[in-house]
Ligand binder design. Structure first.
Ligand SMILES: NC(=O)c1ccc[n+]([C@@H]2O[C@H](COP(=O)([O-])OP(=O)(O)OC[C@H]3O[C@@H](n4cnc5c(N)ncnc54)[C@H](O)[C@@H]3O)[C@@H](O)[C@H]2O)c1
Length: 284
């Protein structure tokens, strides 16, 4: 059985691979000696360029166009990987995006984001786990965010969907842990990617710098983040926390949620010293 904790010789799928964290994970998994890496994204040209670059280094890397919020698309990605590469050892379900807004934001936007940040992980698990169990095990690495363990000041939809992604990962771990399925949930704060630098919403995020409140403990490069992912997988960790301070914040929240909420309220006031806050947008 392939040890799903180690990437060497594993057949790996990464979604959201055309850019940022997903792209860095593809490159790092290939450098670790993966048997094959399948790079999936709705940006076909982006993953094709990446696959060409990585394959040239000697690791088979194939590009697949996939909308992760569409179940047939995810099923085709997973089943196609098993058909072409014989098995599937690790799925890094990673595609995502950010929006800014609060209670006033249209429900359709929340439903759309729920598709990408939650249903995508569910579809990947639904279609990958039967293959993995039949082949002796496998690992799911689901990208959430520090916002999934805490909250995202300025983005209600991001907070809801990233929290749901953590909950889904916990449930899968509890339910399938004794069937050889490992689960990890990646929960970074700010990482320098298109989300933080080029997104049309980046400048609207509260706080200093383009990634706003999430940048309070520093901004990692995607390559640095990929290093911590490989280490955390090898250690079999459920929480993958590239920013170590997040572990302390989670402890504080668990120890005394009222105190934690008070601190977050003060943080929100500091970030919006003169308003408007998202609540103001609704009341205006
Ligand atoms: N960058 C950060 O600061 C940060 C922090 C915490 C969590 N995250 C999470 O990391 C993940 C990767 O983000 P990133 O920072 O690398 O951003 P990015 O914009 O560089 O990459 C995201 C990729 O996801 C793809 N994508 C979006 N929707 C898709 C869909 N429906 N189907 C297929 N592909 C889709 C995009 O085309 C893009 O290539 C996201 O889930 C994000 O929420 C990022």
């Amino acid at each position: 059985m392939q040890n799903p904790r180690h990437v060497r010789d594993a057949v790996v799928v990464v979604t959201g691979a055309a850019s940022g964290i997903g792209e860095a994970m593809v490159e790092r998994f290939a450098a670790e000696g993966a048997r094959a890496v399948v790079a999936a994204d709705r940006d076909r040209a982006g993953v094709e360029a990446l696959a060409e670059r990585v394959s040239a280094l000697g690791v088979p890397c194939e590009a697949v166009a996939c909308d992760v919020a569409d179940e047939p698309s995810v099923k085709a990605l997973i089943d196609g990987t098993v058909e072409r590469h014989g098995r599937i050892d690790l799925v890094a379900s990673n595609a995502g995006y950010v929006t800014v807004g609060g209670l006033e934001a249209p429900d359709e936007e929340l439903h759309r984001m729920f598709g990408v940040h939650v249903m995508a992980h569910l579809y990947a698990a639904r279609h990958a786990i039967p293959h993995m169990v039949a082949d002796g095990g496998g690992h799911l690495l689901n990208t959430s965010s520090a916002a999934g363990l805490l909250t995202q000041i300025g983005s209600l939809h991001y907070s809801i969907t990233k929290n749901a992604a953590v909950s889904l990962a916990e449930w899968i771990s509890v339910t399938y842990g004794d069937r050889g399925i490992g689960v990890s949930v990646l929960c970074p704060q700010a990482v320098a990617t298109n989300i933080t630098t080029n997104s049309p919403t980046a400048d609207l995020m509260p706080g200093d710098g383009p990634s706003g409140a999430a940048a309070v403990d520093g901004v990692l490069t995607a390559a640095e983040l990929a290093d911590t992912v490989v280490e955390a997988l090898a250690a079999g960790q459920f929480h993958v926390l590239p920013h170590p301070d997040v572990a302390e914040y989670v402890r504080r929240k668990g120890d005394d949620v009222d105190r934690w909420l008070g601190g977050m309220q003060r943080f929100q006031s500091r970030l919006y010293p003169e308003g408007p806050t998202p609540a103001d947008w609704l009341l205006a």
